[in-house]
Design a protein around this ligand. Structure first.
Ligand code: SAM
Length: 386
């Protein structure tokens, strides 16, 4: 496909997304019909679509309209591309630009320039103060690719060398002693020996840093209560090989890949439908708005509503209270979200501590996307000894 044909395809996919279709579904259904498209075409179109979703409002302002064509025009202007060459009416590319389109478009202002809905821009300003703009702007960019060196099997340096043998270049990242940022060859990562043999796992650097802070020393029984695909479970298991790890999720099917991932990583993890007894450490990586990870999943910015956020905070409260009852005296509850919003983070912990007077707050930290990894929040809470 020519660069212009890729742009036209992105325009059509953006129109489907605008009509309500999920981005992944719109991309997959196009890819199924487009047998002629090669891997590079698919990757380039995906990049256009996700860039446009990250910069949805500013692209519309600069392109002078709300539809896919205007947004791609605005996005390409933002990126400094040669729009006359791409919108030239050639082959399968977009129709040639008209004079009105050439004249249209303006610089985005306020919440448009932050690429957030108005209500969320207000929340960012209230919750993040003078840092709000930097966080909003960081969320408009592509996320780096990170892996975690699996200390059960290797060191960070050896993992880096193994990746390099297969053409994947990575460098240490300061957020965690296990984090490697992939700077070349990311698309081939899962075909490397390092991945196949479990020397590395895909995991965001801040997610690794969160796992590093969970107090595990002396822990015998550890429960990951919201395990999902098991990213946190495996990172914790690599730090405490002698502890017994159990993984739970309200949706058991979400843990479908966990046994295979654990086998590759050389970790022992048991999946449990219903946690029983008391644990030394309970990790609650709660469902959240995902606002810290909107570089990876930018649709979330536009789909989140105040009502949905309220529903999420209610679920988080319930999870915190359920998990508290599973922690042994003197043990820890590690509450995490990949959100930067106060309602899901600090406000939850303030409420919890007010309601659970014998608990104390231990290691806690907020990570922001401008630190390099996703935005995350962690609060470790210790139950009073019996
Ligand atoms: C942020 S994701 C977990 C990501 C995972 N820990 C990782 O690091 O890969 C949150 C998970 O919580 C699960 N969940 C949602 N509500 C829950 C509940 N009430 N109890 C337990 N798990 C829940 C979801 O199914 C989802 O898999």
């Amino acid at each position: 496909m020519t660069p212009a044909a890729r742009v036209q395809t992105a325009i059509e996919i953006l129109d489907r997304i605008r009509a309500g279709e999920a981005a992944e579904k719109a991309l997959t259904s196009w890819a199924r019909r487009a047998r002629f498209a090669g891997a590079k075409d698919r990757a380039a179109i995906r990049d256009h679509v996700f860039d446009a979703l990250r910069q949805w409002r500013s692209a519309a302002a600069l392109g002078g309209g709300e539809n896919g064509r205007a947004r791609m025009l605005g996005l390409l202007r933002l990126q400094g591309a040669d729009v006359e060459a791409l919108f030239a009416g050639q082959g399968h590319g977009p129709a040639a630009l008209g004079d009105a389109e050439r004249a249209t478009g303006r610089l985005p202002e306020g919440a448009e320039a932050w690429d957030l809905p108005d209500w969320l821009a207000d929340r960012f300003a209230a919750d993040l103060g003078s840092g709000a703009e930097a966080t909003a702007l960081a969320l408009r960019t592509r996320a780096p690719v990170f892996v975690r060196a699996n200390l059960l099997k290797t060191t960070r340096d050896a993992a880096r060398t193994a990746l390099e043998e297969d053409g994947v270049i990575a460098r240490p990242h300061p957020l965690s002693e296990t984090a490697l940022e992939v700077i070349k060859g990311a698309r081939g990562l899962t075909r490397t020996r390092a991945f196949d043999q479990g020397l590395v796992e895909m995991q965001d650097a801040a997610s690794q840093a969160v796992s590093d802070l969970v107090p595990l020393s002396g822990a015998q029984r550890v429960l990951d209560y919201c395990a999902g695909g098991g990213g946190k479970t495996l990172a914790l298991a690599a730090r405490a090989p002698s502890a017994k790890f159990e993984a739970h999720d309200v949706d058991f099917a979400r843990m479908a890949d966990l046994p295979e991932r654990a086998r590759r990583a050389g970790a022992q993890v048991e999946r449990v439908e219903a946690p029983t007894g008391l644990y030394d450490v309970v990790m609650a990586d709660a469902p959240c708005s995902g606002s810290g990870a909107w570089r990876r999943a930018p649709e979330g910015k536009w789909r989140l509503t105040p009502d949905r956020l309220d529903a999420l905070t209610a679920i988080q409260r319930e999870i915190l209270d359920t998990c508290a009852a599973l922690v042994a005296p003197g043990g820890w509850l590690a509450y995490a979200t990949c959100s930067v919003l106060r309602a899901e983070n600090e406000a939850q912990i303030e409420r919890f501590l007010a309601a659970h007077r014998t608990w104390k707050q231990g290691p806690s930290r907020r990570f922001l996307p401008e630190d390099g990894g996703d935005g995350f929040y962690l609060a470790c809470l210790q139950r009073g000894a019996a």
